[in-house]
Every structure is written in structure tokens, then in C-alpha cells.
Design a protein around this ligand. Sequence first.
Ligand SMILES: Cc1cc2nc3c(=O)[nH]c(=O)nc-3n(C[C@H](O)[C@H](O)[C@H](O)COP(=O)(O)OP(=O)(O)OC[C@H]3O[C@@H](n4cnc5c(N)ncnc54)[C@H](O)[C@@H]3O)c2cc1C
Length: 263
Amino acid sequence: MPVMPRDFGSRDELVAAYAEAFPAAAAIGDAVSPHRGDPAEAARRLAAVKPGPYARTRNRIGGEVTKLSMYLRHGVLELAEVRDAVLAKSPGGADKLVSELGWRDYFQRVLAHEGERVHESLRSWKTGLDEEDYAPEMPPDVLAAETGTDFVDAWVAELHDTGWLHNQQRMKLAAYVVHFRRVHWHAGAEWMHAHLVDGDLGSNHLSWQWVASTFSSKPYLFNAGGLAAVSNGVFDGTTTRGGGRKRNPFDRSTEELAAELFA
Ligand SMILES: Cc1cc2nc3c(=O)[nH]c(=O)nc-3n(C[C@H](O)[C@H](O)[C@H](O)COP(=O)(O)OP(=O)(O)OC[C@H]3O[C@@H](n4cnc5c(N)ncnc54)[C@H](O)[C@@H]3O)c2cc1C
């Protein structure tokens, strides 16, 4: 294994050297994530964690989430280290955060157990549809962030530019791709994984399967109200087509959407 250089005159030099060393990764996109990988930044973020506000606001985009995923994914921080730090900081108020750390631990254990099988649907679809009913490739308009649908274009661009999305953004983008565009979860999972700075086969592919229903008891869906709730009213799924014509296919109950989308 070659030893990668560590000393650079500037961040631009670092980016250029790594783009040359990893051409396949560089070909995915030339955006440079604003998230810094160094241990000092990880320690700063860990010290800034607020377990109480986290529990109250974690489901809102812009809420007090930790943004520790990239450091956990790459071994800069250990799960147990984060658990111990947040329990010491807030002995009676860190349950929610510790339980979320548990999801990472769980997905790592499933990955260790299933290995390469995480690339296949682990259980049957509960949508009434079959594997073959789902397209094997990502739609070009989604990849280009040109669907005309407010949250999709904004969040795809954010993923491509920064390599990180809030959990609600990941869930809703995955549900949009799989259920509203009828694309196989694996195509979506591979795409998102390639762009994430915390990209992890366990957490990512199993979460996509959870959304799809091949690793859960029912498919995950959302509607316009759910989008508005997590985005503080910024997005509701309005789609703007040529000539500024607007419609909102998400402005229905999830039961109505399920009846329309699933067999
Ligand atoms: C479709 C989809 C794809 C995902 N892909 C990844 C991925 O590739 N890598 C990844 O680390 N996480 C993934 N997640 C899980 C979760 O979205 C991220 O871990 C979380 O958003 C990272 O932000 P944070 O560190 O601020 O999380 P916080 O909410 O602050 O949570 C702290 C830590 O707990 C763990 N955690 C929290 N929620 C989850 C969860 N639902 N599942 C697993 N671990 C969790 C993470 O390690 C996270 O860093 C995915 C979720 C979905 C729905």
C-alpha cells in the first residue's frame, strides 16, 4: 500500500494530488467538500455536541445534529468514544443520541453478517411490485439536479457539492428515487454512496433497503406536509415545468400516495 503524502503548501495542492492519485473518484465530480477530515476538527465537533437540543431538533434540517458521521465512518472517532463523551456531558439527557449511535453499530453488524449480500434485496418488496418493475439506472434529470421539483434539485446539488446531507434529506431523496421514480434501490444507493463523505455500505445500502421495504416491513413514504415540516416550510415538493407551470404531486395523504404508487 503506497503511503500518501501528508504535507502540502495549500489545500489546492492537496486536492490536485489526490485527484491525480484517485482518478475514478475525481471523475465522479470535481466539487471539494467543505467538511474537513482532520482529527482536530473531529474533536471540536465532538466538544460542541448538545445532547438535549439534539433530541428536540434532530429531525429538522438545520437542527442540532452532530455531523460526526464522516469521522465515525473513517475511524477518526470511535462509536464508544462518542457515546462516553455525550454521556459524561449530559448523564440524563443523551439517550436519543446514544440510540442513534446504536443504528450505526447495528448496520455495521448486519454488514459483517451479510457481506456482499447487502448489494442484493435482503427480503421481498412490500410494495406489491417486483425487482424487474424498478429501473436499473438513475434518471439523468435527477443526476443533473434538473427535475423541476424543488427539494430534489436543491438536495441533489447539495449532495454533489458537499458530500453530506441531513438524515431527513437522505430518507426523502431515497423515497423519491425508489417510489416516485420507480428506480431500483441499488442504483440509488450506489449513486449516493459515491458522493457521501461518510459513505458506508452498511448505513447507506441498508437504509436504502429500509426505505424501499426490502429491509423493513413497509415502504417509507412522505408527502408535501412532511417535506414542509422538516425544511421549515422551504420545500413542499412543488414541481415547476416549462412556462412556469406549477403542480404538486406530493400534496396528498401518504395513504393516497401509497394507493397510487404501489400495486
Ligand atoms: C438513504 C440513507 C443513506 C444513508 N447513508 C449513510 C452513510 O453512507 N453513512 C452514514 O454514516 N450514515 C448514513 N445514513 C444515516 C444517517 O443519515 C447519517 O449517519 C447522519 O445523517 C449523519 O449525520 P450526523 O453525524 O449529523 O448524525 P447525528 O444525527 O448527529 O447522529 C450521530 C451519529 O449516529 C449515527 N447515526 C445517526 N442516525 C443514523 C441512522 N439513521 N443510521 C445509521 N447511523 C446513524 C451516525 O454515525 C451519526 O454520525 C444514511 C441514511 C439514509 C436514510
